[in-house]
Design a protein around this ligand. Sequence first.
Ligand SMILES: [Cu+2]
Length: 309
Amino acid sequence: MIRRNILSDEGVGQQFIDGVLALKDPARFPWPGQEGLSIYDFFVAWHHQSMMLFTPPTQQDRNSAHSGPAFPPWHRYFLLRFEGYLIAALGAPDFRLPYWDWSADAALSDPSQSPIWSQDSMGRFTNPGVWQVRVVPAERGLTRLAQPRPLDRSLGTLGAALPARDAVRTVLRDQLMYDAPPYNSSASGFRNYLEGWEGPARIHNAVHVWIGGDMADSTSPNDPMFYLHHCNVDRIWHAWQLRYPDAPYVPAQSASSDLAFHRLDDALYSVFREATPVTPRGVLNPLALGAPFGAANHYDYDSLADLRD
Ligand SMILES: [Cu+2]
């Protein structure tokens, strides 16, 4: 099963939009116990909560899903769970998430004119008749808006640039280790360059900032672009894994408990009660996923050619 470039496959783009609109509908996919909220909103809350959980709580940098080694596997897990709901909503077992190759748009003279932002494509989500934001961050935790509001974007106005192809290739080539002590936002290694706390291109972080608005917040999955963006981030991780197959995931399980949530066999932070906890080890290979995903959810990417040099 193949995850495809959304701009080279109109069919998968339309399926993604249809699926997202279904999951957003409280009548079709209710968030149990939360009248008027949907499964879509539940994923927004999950992402927000992951950022509120500092690991360990004695510092304010690394949280259960960001600024640490679990950043790629946690988001892979998050996407797999969301993709599973899309498959159910569409009744299409072969459907897989598309990705947005933002480096292609980085080469345009004005990336905000990319077809991805047209009303036929992802531009429609800023139409208040199509999409409303229902949950936003509050001082403590999450607030449900009494009056839902339109989605906010501010394409290219916050000073960040979409990561250029060459910058991504350079990270893929030069970062030989997955991660390194102190395993936070100042670490060297592939994970921190991909996440974008280090390096000139600020890869993953720059895309959140370039889109701006809701994408720049802890509730960033309020913007369906979150999934297309993170699918491309996942594709880059996959390309790196294939390039350096002998580079191990670190830290190992024997590492300090200060690194809980980030070690190879730790349960990734979840709001789902998984019969078998999902760990970094369990999602390392998309073609041989561990429990609870396995063959029903395995995937490959249509192409990695743009990521080789
Ligand atoms: Cu995130």
